[in-house]
Design a protein around this ligand. Structure first.
Ligand SMILES: C[S@@+](CC[C@H](N)C(=O)[O-])C[C@H]1O[C@@H](n2cnc3c(N)ncnc32)[C@H](O)[C@@H]1O
Length: 266
């Protein structure tokens, strides 16, 4: 039996169905280009991907620094690391993945030209310590980018009379699965406190009206809500039914702002 809090343990233990869902949810898509742009990637750069997950984004970064550069991915989940290493070998891209929890980051000071972290910092014991570590391992002049949602700014609209249930289910899920639900809005201050300079913030907030984000709601949030024990199974089932009905009627809307914060190490 582990003593880890749920927000950490649910990443250490990922069952096969959830791996399949993450391959879909965390696939690289051209719409993610604004998240990578501030990294100013070029061949030859050494990049660290902090919390690399299934590795799809890290592979995309590796293609952009190939052939002379390299991406190192680090993640707490052993299967993610093994699968990512296999994929990188098969695709012949310069990426290597290591298993480790953080903070701290087990790399020497100033060992990377770019440090990237996407949708990870809400799950760590200390987002402040992790950002400080990202700044420590960045070399002089290196660009550091963190990009994350702000879960307390999520707008989910599924029709008249459904708002209370949305709040209950999402609240239950967030209460156990996210250490820091407001991470998006906190990134700017954390970058400043870590001594990064020239810190810039952008926010991307596309409206999903087609239900593209439902794999994330179903695979992650419905499961978190059930595991929280704060809502009944029937409530989660009703929540999912409300979402499906809104999509069928063409009235579904979800907006989840994604903050993109970049700073420079001096
Ligand atoms: C939502 S996924 C994002 C994965 C990847 N950055 C992406 O966007 O495709 C969060 C990742 O953070 C990793 N993670 C969460 N807490 C961690 C910790 N304390 N140490 C290391 N990795 C962690 C998880 O294993 C998971 O792969």
């Amino acid at each position: 039996m582990s003593n880890n809090p749920y927000y950490k343990q649910h990443w250490i233990d990922i069952e096969p169905e959830r791996h399949e869902a993450y391959d879909q949810i965390l696939a690289f898509h051209p719409a993610m280009e604004p998240l990578l742009k501030p990294l100013e990637l070029a061949p030859g750069l050494r990049v660290l991907d902090v919390g690399s997950g299934p590795g799809h984004t890290a592979m995309e970064l590796a293609r952009r620094v190939a052939p002379s550069g390299k991406v190192t991915g680090v993640d707490i989940n052993a299967d993610f690391v093994e699968r990512s290493n296999r994929r990188a070998r098969e695709a012949g891209v310069p990426a290597e993945f290591v298993r480790s929890g953080f903070p701290p980051l087990n790399f020497p000071d100033r060992s990377f030209d770019r440090v990237f972290c996407k949708n990870v910092l809400e799950y760590v014991d200390s987002a402040a310590d992790t950002v400080a570590e990202m700044a420590r391992v960045a070399g002089a002049g290196a660009v550091v980018v963190a990009t994350d949602s702000d879960w307390d700014m999520m707008a989910l609209e599924t029709g008249a009379g459904t708002a209370d249930l949305n709040e209950r289910v999402l609240g239950a899920a967030k209460s156990i699965a996210l250490k820091e639900p407001k991470i998006g809005r906190r990134l700017y201050g954390l970058f400043r406190e870590a001594g990064l300079t020239d810190v810039k913030v952008e926010v991307m907030a596309a409206a999903d009206t087609l239900g593209r984000s439902t794999p994330m709601l179903k695979a992650s949030f419905a499961r978190y809500a059930r595991d929280s024990g704060r809502v009944m199974e029937q409530e989660v089932a009703q929540w999912l039914a409300n979402i499906n009905r809104a999509i069928e009627r063409g009235t579904f809307l979800l907006v989840l702002p994604q903050f993109i914060v970049r700073g420079v190490k001096r």
